[in-house]
Design a protein around this ligand. Structure first.
Ligand SMILES: Nc1ncnc2c1ncn2[C@@H]1O[C@H](COP(=O)(O)OP(=O)(O)OP(=O)(O)O)[C@@H](O)[C@H]1O
Ligand SMILES: [Mg+2]
Length: 243
């Protein structure tokens, strides 16, 4: 089994006027290649902070992060990683197509590939009809779809998605789940977090639960649930007991 992501003893402390505040504490976990991994935890648990450290948007105070066996902060590794932010920021006066082509230029994609991928990804996320629409006129769900398409532009082998289901209507969630399953079939590794635990249960091979910056448990979903309870029941029992 090849390991896609390996995090060891990862900690993050923020320093402010009141002293230092540890928001991720000694986190150790690994994700096998080709799996869908769900990263769960209540609001403020440290999920976004962890993802930001993995994709290089925040510096760890301590610990190591490896992707496909190499330090996560190298150029070669970065080129194999896709990321969708919790609050995607877009240049709102660009159209969806212009934004995708602009993002492709940052990835140094050739013009032909940029145009091909833009067309196929906008089609995949259901935005073909809005390709020439300025992003400032997009609904929340349309923004989520565009963020997802952008995360896949570099044809990454591993994708980190921070709350990708947030703001999607029920049909959008079904679409999204199909897209995740299709990516998995292509052999990609998907790491995402969501508060919609029924969807997580449906999609994920493994999960990790983080609470107050500490990993409470992680492993294959079948082993964690043992067929006895739903993920939501399990989460409430495990996290609720620690409040
Ligand atoms: N730049 C920052 N400076 C100081 N504290 C921060 C900073 N960013 C996040 N935090 C704190 O870190 C903690 C974890 O935040 P984080 O955004 O990682 O949570 P989360 O698990 O993603 O929550 P949610 O489910 O609400 O998105 C919170 O207490 C937050 O206030
Ligand atoms: Mg978050």
């Amino acid at each position: 089994m090849q390991i896609a992501l390996s995090i060891r003893n990862l900690s993050k402390e923020y320093t402010n006027f009141g002293g230092s505040h540890r928001v991720v504490s000694n986190l150790t976990l690994s994700v096998p290649r080709g799996e869908v991994f769900g990263f769960l935890g209540p609001n403020g648990a440290g999920k976004t902070t962890t993802i930001k450290m993995i994709v290089g948007l925040a510096f760890p105070t301590r610990g190591t992060i490896e992707i496909f066996g190499e330090p996560s902060n190298t150029r070669t590794v970065r080129a194999r990683v896709g990321f969708m932010s919790e609050n995607p920021y877009f240049y709102s006066y660009l159209t969806a197509q212009e934004f995708m082509l602009f993002s492709a230029s940052l990835l140094n994609l050739s013009s032909i590939i940029a145009h091909e991928r833009t067309a196929s990804l906008l089609n995949m996320v259901g935005l073909s009809g809005a390709a020439d629409q300025q992003i400032r006129t997009f609904s929340k769900g349309m923004n989520q779809r565009l963020g997802f398409a952008q995360a896949l532009l570099g044809d990454p082998e591993i994708v980190f998605l921070d709350e990708p289901l947030d703001g999607l209507d029920p049909l959008g969630r079904v679409d999204f789940k199909r897209m995740i399953q299709a990516l998995k079939k292509e052999g990609k590794t998907i790491f995402f977090n969501s508060h919609i635990l029924s969807d997580v249960q449906e999609l994920c091979d493994s999960i990790g639960i983080i609470h107050k910056g500490k990993l409470v448990e992680s492993g294959p979903l079948t082993r964690i649930l043992k067929g006895r309870e739903s993920l939501e029941e399990h989460f409430i029992r495990v996290v609720g007991a620690k409040k």
